[in-house]
Design a protein around this ligand. Structure first.
Ligand code: MN
Length: 449
C-alpha cells in the first residue's frame, strides 16, 4: 500500500473522485466556497491560486466509503481495522541519508515567510486570517520522550509565527511539562500526507501511543521517518511540507476567531505561539487544506473516535453492535450506540462508556440492535417509541466537554444520556416494527397505470 498524498491523489484520479480547477481562485473565501460546493462529492485540486505557484488540494476523502478505501478496507470493516491498528502499532523505520524528497528544499530563518510560501486559505467570513488546518503537529514528551501526533488549527500571525489552539489533550500535556521548566516544546508541522495518516493522528487513545505507529498498522508497513534539520523529531518522509519550530513558554497572543467544526466560530482569545525556524518541502509541493465542518473534517474526527468508543463500550457491554458519531453533532457531540441488550441497565452502561471514550461526547443515545445507528430517522423513531424521559433520560452536570461548543461554559458541559432500548421485562411485541409482507418485492411499474 503506497502511502503518500500523491499516491492517494492518483487513486482518486483513477476512480473519478478528483476534480481540478485551472481557473484562478482567490485563497480568501473563493477557494473555500468552491471546495465547500464539492463537499462529499469529490476532492478538488486548485492549480491556479492567486499569488501562489503551489497547488492546493482539499476534500481528500468526503465519505465513509472513501476513508474505508484509504484504509484498504470496506465500510463495515473500517472501525474494526482502526481498532486492530490501535492494538497492534508498528514501529516506524528511520531513514537517513541524502536524496529524500522532503529535503529537496530547505529554507531557514531569516528567509521564512509563511504567508508568502504557503497558499493557506481564509475559509470563513469572520476568520481572523489564513489558517493552516491540515498540519499534523509532531512533538515528544519532554520528560519521557514519548511521541505524539495531533492536528491543531494554526493562524499565520507573522512571517515565522503561528498561533495554536490547544484543547486539553496530549499536545497541551507535553507543552505544560516543558513550560513548567521554562523551556520551549520542539514541534514539527507536517502538511500533505495520505488520509490514513491523518486518521491515525486523530486517535483519541492513551498518551504515549505514537500515532505514527498506528498509521503503520493501518498501512500494513512501518511509516518511514527521517530526522528534522533543527529539532529532535522525526517526520514522515513522504510529506509535502515540514515546518520545524518551537512552542514558546510563557507566551500567549490573541488568536481567532475561526470557523470551526460545530459550524460556529471558535472565539478570539490568547493562545499558544509557535516560532518556525526551518521549512523543508518537496520539489513542486502540493498544499493540503481542510475546509472546516466539511465531511473531510468531520469524518476525520468521527472514525477514530468511533473506534475507541467501540472498544470501551465493548468492555462495558460485550454485545454492542455499532456506534456512530452523527454529522449533525459535528461528528463529536452526538453518539448513537446500538446494543443487543441481555441484561437490564446495559443501555445506560453503554452510554457511560461512550462518554468515557471522548470528552467531546455530549449527548448519547442507546438503541436496540434492530435500529440502524446511521439512520437518524430510525434513531429518532426509537427515542419516540421506546423512551420515557423520567425513566430513561439522565443528566450529568458540569463535566469536561469541548470549548468549541458555544453552549459550554468554556468547555465545562452537561452530559445527557437517553436510553432508548426496550425494557427487557416488557412484552417485545409491543415494540415490534410494523412490516408489510412483499413490500421490498413491489415494483411500482408493474402496478401503476
Ligand atoms: Mn496522542
Amino acid at each position: 500500500m503506497n502511502f503518500a498524498l500523491r499516491d492517494w491523489l492518483d487513486e482518486l484520479r483513477q476512480t473519478g473522485n478528483l476534480r481540478t480547477v485551472s481557473k484562478e481562485v482567490d485563497s480568501a473565501y473563493e477557494l473555500s466556497a468552491v471546495g465547500k460546493k464539492l463537499d462529499g462529492k469529490a476532492a478538488v485540486m486548485f492549480n491556479n491560486v492567486k499569488g501562489y505557484s503551489i497547488p492546493v488540494v482539499t476534500g481528500l476523502a468526503g465519505s465513509r466509503s472513501l476513508f474505508a478505501q484509504a484504509l484498504g478496507t470496506d465500510q463495515p470493516g473500517m472501525v474494526e481495522k482502526f481498532n486492530y491498528a490501535l492494538d497492534h502499532p508498528v514501529t516506524c523505520d528511520l531513514v537517513e541519508g541524502d536524496g529524500l524528497a522532503i529535503k529537496q528544499n530547505i529554507i531557514r530563518e531569516p528567509y521564512i515567510n509563511l504567508g508568502e510560501m504557503l497558499p493557506a486559505p481564509i475559509h470563513h467570513a469572520k476568520d481572523a486570517g489564513a489558517f493552516l488546518t491540515a498540519a499534523m503537529l509532531i512533538a515528544k514528551d519532554p520528560e519521557t520522550g514519548e511521541k505524539n501526533v495531533a492536528i491543531h488549527r494554526h493562524q499565520i500571525m507573522g512571517k515565522n509565527k503561528l498561533g495554536a489552539l490547544l484543547l486539553p489533550r496530549h499536545t497541551l500535556h507535553m507543552f505544560n511539562k516543558a513550560e513548567v521548566k521554562g523551556v520551549a516544546l520542539e514541534v514539527a508541522l507536517v502538511i500533505g500526507v495520505h488520509p490514513a495518516l491523518l486518521l491515525a493522528s486523530q486517535a483519541t487513545t492513551r498518551f504515549g501511543l505514537d500515532e505514527l505507529e498506528i498509521a503503520g498498522a493501518l498501512a500494513g508497513r512501518p511509516i518511514q521517518v527521517t530526522k528534522c534539520e533543527t529539532v529532535d523529531l522525526e517526520v514522515p518522509i513522504e510529506a509535502e511540507f515540514v515546518l520545524e519550530g518551537k512552542m514558546l513558554p510563557g507566551v500567549r497572543e490573541v488568536e481567532g476567531p475561526f470557523g470551526e467544526y460545530p459550524r460556529c466560530y471558535g472565539p478570539e482569545s490568547p493562545k499558544h505561539i509557535i516560532e518556525i525556524q526551518c521549512v523543508t518541502h518537496r520539489n513542486n509541493p502540493i498544499y493540503h487544506t481542510i475546509i472546516p465542518a466539511t465531511l473531510e473534517h468531520l469524518l476525520l474526527g468521527a472514525i477514530p473516535r468511533e473506534a475507541v468508543m467501540l472498544q470501551l463500550v465493548r468492555q462495558a457491554v460485550p454485545t454492542v453492535k455499532a456506534v456512530h458519531l452523527t454529522p449533525a453533532g459535528g461528528c463529536r457531540y452526538h453518539a448513537v450506540i446500538s446494543i443487543d441488550k441481555k441484561f437490564e441497565g446495559q443501555g445506560k452502561n453503554a452510554i457511560f462508556a461512550a462518554f468515557a471514550s471522548s470528552s467531546e461526547v455530549k449527548h448519547a443515545v442507546a438503541v436496540d440492535a434492530d435500529i440502524d445507528v446511521y439512520d437518524s430517522q430510525d434513531v429518532e423513531w426509537a427515542i419516540s417509541t421506546r423512551c420515557q424521559a423520567a425513566r430513561d433520560v439522565f443528566v450529568i452536570p458540569n463535566a469536561m466537554g469541548n470549548k468549541l461548543d458555544p453552549s459550554s461554559n468554556d468547555g465545562i458541559s452537561d452530559k445527557m444520556g437517553i436510553d432508548a432500548t426496550v425494557p427487557l421485562a416488557e412484552e417485545a411485541g409491543k415494540y415490534e416494527k410494523i412490516t408489510i409482507p412483499g413490500l421490498d418485492e413491489v415494483n411500482l411499474s408493474d402496478y401503476l397505470d
